[in-house]
Ligand binder design. Structure first.
Ligand SMILES: [Zn+2]
Length: 334
C-alpha cells in the first residue's frame, strides 16, 4: 500500500523508548446501529446502517500491575440513569445492551474496585458509561469531557482534566500535544480534538523497547474505518440534514451536533489525517471506538473480547492489523 503524499508529509515525532508496556483487551457492553450516510461521504446507501460495538478497553500496566479503562461504553441502566431529555433522544435509536462494564470485568476475574484510572475519550453518552463500580479510579478527560453526564457522575471524585494550556505536554507521533500519563511513555493521552473540543486518544505501548509496538485507541476520531486508511482515497466526513427540526434542532452536550458527527469539522478532519499518519507506521495499530471491522474479527473464533484474556497487545506478531478498505459488504449492515 502506498501512503498518500499529503499524509506522508505530516510530521511524525519520535515516540520515546521504554520497557514498561500495557496489555490491552477490548470489552463490548453495547451495540449501536450507525447509519452509513451519517459517518462517510460518499455513502453507497441512504438507508444502510452498521451494527457497531461500543468498545471499552481494559488496560493492565507492566510492571506496576495497575489497571485502567479507556472509555466505559454505555451505562447499562441508561433508561433510568439518564435525565429524561437525553433518554428521549436515545429512545429514537436505542442500543442493544450486553451488560454492565463492571460486571463483565468481574467475569474475567478482575476486581473493579482495584481499577486505578478511567480515561474517557469525550463527553458523549455512549462513552461515559457508569463510573460507580470503580470507586478508587481517578477519572481522566479533556477540557469539555466533564460538561455532560460525566460531570454529574464525578461529583466528589478525584478527576484529572487534561487541559493542554495547563498540563506538561510533548509532541508525540503525529500529535501536537501528548500527556505522558505514567511518566514512563507507556500511555500517551494525545490531543485529538474535533469530534469534541477535549477529545483524547490514547497511544499505548503494547510491547517493550527495543522494537516497541503500540496501539492508538482513537475514540470517535471518525466512525468509518476507511477514513483512517493512509492510502489516497476520496472518502470524507459527512454532514446530514438537521436532526430534530430547523426551529428545534436536537441539541444536547452528551450528543453530537444536529447536522454532523463532529463539533468542529475542520479540526476533526485534521485529527483524522494525523491518525492516518499514525496508521501508516508498521509498529502502530489504530482502533476506533466503534470499529466494527475489528469487532467482527475479534468476536469470532479468535475471541479477543473480555473476558477472553488474549488481548490485542500481541497484534504485530499475531497479524491482527488489517488494511483499511471500503468493503461495506463485509460489515454487519442492515
Ligand atoms: Zn461514540
Amino acid at each position: 500500500m502506498s501512503v498518500d503524499p499529503e499524509i506522508a508529509a505530516i510530521p511524525f515525532y519520535p515516540i520515546p523508548e521504554g520497557e514498561s508496556y500495557c496489555e490491552v483487551t477490548p470489552l463490548v457492553n453495547a451495540i449501536l446501529e450507525i447509519p452509513e450516510f451519517n459517518i462517510i461521504t460518499p455513502a453507497t446507501s441512504k438507508t444502510a446502517g452498521y451494527d457497531a460495538p461500543t468498545f471499552s478497553f481494559f488496560i493492565k500496566h507492566h510492571p506496576s500491575g495497575k489497571t485502567l479503562f479507556f472509555d466505559l461504553g454505555i451505562r447499562a441502566d441508561w433508561q433510568t440513569g439518564f435525565a429524561d431529555d437525553l433518554k428521549g433522544y436515545i429512545l429514537a435509536g436505542p442500543p442493544v445492551m450486553l451488560g454492565d462494564v463492571g460486571e463483565i470485568l468481574k467475569e474475567g476475574g478482575e476486581n473493579p474496585e482495584e481499577v486505578s484510572a478511567v480515561v474517557i475519550s469525550h463527553r458523549h453518552w455512549d462513552h461515559t458509561g457508569n463510573i460507580s463500580p470503580f470507586p478508587k479510579a481517578e477519572v481522566v478527560g479533556g477540557i469539555d469531557t466533564f460538561d455532560a453526564d460525566l460531570g454529574r457522575q464525578t461529583a466528589g471524585r478525584q478527576t484529572l482534566v487534561v487541559d493542554w494550556s495547563k498540563v506538561k505536554s510533548s509532541k508525540v507521533a503525529s500529535f501536537g500535544h501528548g500527556y505522558d500519563y505514567f511518566g514512563d511513555g507507556s500511555i500517551w493521552l494525545v490531543d485529538s480534538a474535533g469530534h469534541t473540543a477535549g477529545h483524547l486518544s490514547a497511544l499505548i505501548r503494547t510491547t517493550p523497547s527495543p522494537n516497541a509496538t503500540y496501539v492508538l485507541l482513537s475514540g470517535d476520531t471518525c466512525h468509518h474505518p476507511v477514513l483512517i486508511s493512509p492510502a489516497t482515497h476520496h472518502f470524507r466526513l459527512a454532514t446530514f440534514p438537521v436532526r430534530g427540526s430547523e426551529e428545534n434542532p436536537r441539541q444536547h452536550p452528551a450528543l453530537p451536533p444536529p447536522c454532523c458527527m463532529h463539533s468542529d469539522m475542520s479540526r476533526a478532519w485534521d485529527t483524522v489525517c494525523r491518525t492516518r499518519r499514525v496508521e501508516a507506521e508498521d509498529n502502530i495499530m489504530v482502533v476506533l471506538a466503534h470499529d466494527y471491522v475489528y469487532w467482527r474479527e475479534w468476536k469470532g473464533a479468535e475471541d479477543r473480547l473480555w473476558p477472553s484474556k488474549k488481548g490485542i497487545q500481541g497484534w504485530k506478531t499475531e497479524g491482527l492489523k488489517l488494511e483499511r478498505k471500503y468493503e461495506p459488504e463485509k460489515y454487519d449492515r442492515q
